[in-house]
Design a protein around this ligand. Sequence first.
Ligand code: SAM
Length: 265
Amino acid sequence: MLDLERLAETLGAQYSYYDGPEPDEEIDERLHPRWQDYLATALRPGMQVLDIGCGNGATLLAHADMVAAGVGIDNDPDHVARARTGCEESGAINLEFEQLEFDQLPSQPWADRFDLAFSERGPVGYSVGSVQTALTVIRPGGLLLTEVIGDLHHQEVREVFGGRRRQPVSVLDAVSVAFERSGVDIRVAADLISRRYYPNIYEWLKFQCSIWAWSGTPLPHPEDPRLELFARRATDEHGRIATTHHVVVVGGAKLEDGSPYGRNA
Ligand SMILES: C[S@@+](CC[C@H](N)C(=O)[O-])C[C@H]1O[C@@H](n2cnc3c(N)ncnc32)[C@H](O)[C@@H]1O
């Protein structure tokens, strides 16, 4: 039986993408490639880098000393404010963060400016249009690297609580086609599947509530029977809640002569 008081306390907290009670989370670091490992292989001193959907700017800040200059854009003013504060605190002088809707990118004076644009679970990758928008600010021969959420991500949660519909094709295929149609010569395309562990359902719930709050999904009532069902299904032999993490990484170089499509338009 779940502890209703503890559930009510967890569900009653204030959540946003970056705020809320910190969950206790465990990752098995063995065989655990991260998408940032791909990012690190692409960075060179002298590069101009753009982070699309930069959130709190943590990734750009962590790599600031590996590039000449970086710009982070995000449409959420709170996220941009966090990124600017983090930048001030870090003392990095080669980074700037702008509040900007991604589809306004071509209106900026940044045509062909960047050597690398990346989007870490941001708005780029799922569609041809989003890839083409990103390409407007990448120089010919420059790189585009995306990390997007995969089909299997949190599948245990979706099975009990519902959520994003499964796609008829794999995310890896969809993103790869969007890249190829837009004139990007793919250099890396990977499904990265891993596991996350939480010591109990209450810790998992802290994590999940921040995702639900961010995506506008109403939080369940403490007596919602799906919580009990989820705990029963997702508890492993050590009593931990285990969830699947799945991200897709696709990266490549912008072709010098552009997309093979739409040339006669
Ligand atoms: C899943 S979060 C990832 C944030 C950050 N890249 C990270 O890994 O921590 C996605 C980010 O993309 C931003 N975003 C989503 N749609 C956007 C859009 N259309 N234009 C600009 N930013 C967007 C969100 O505000 C959010 O900060």
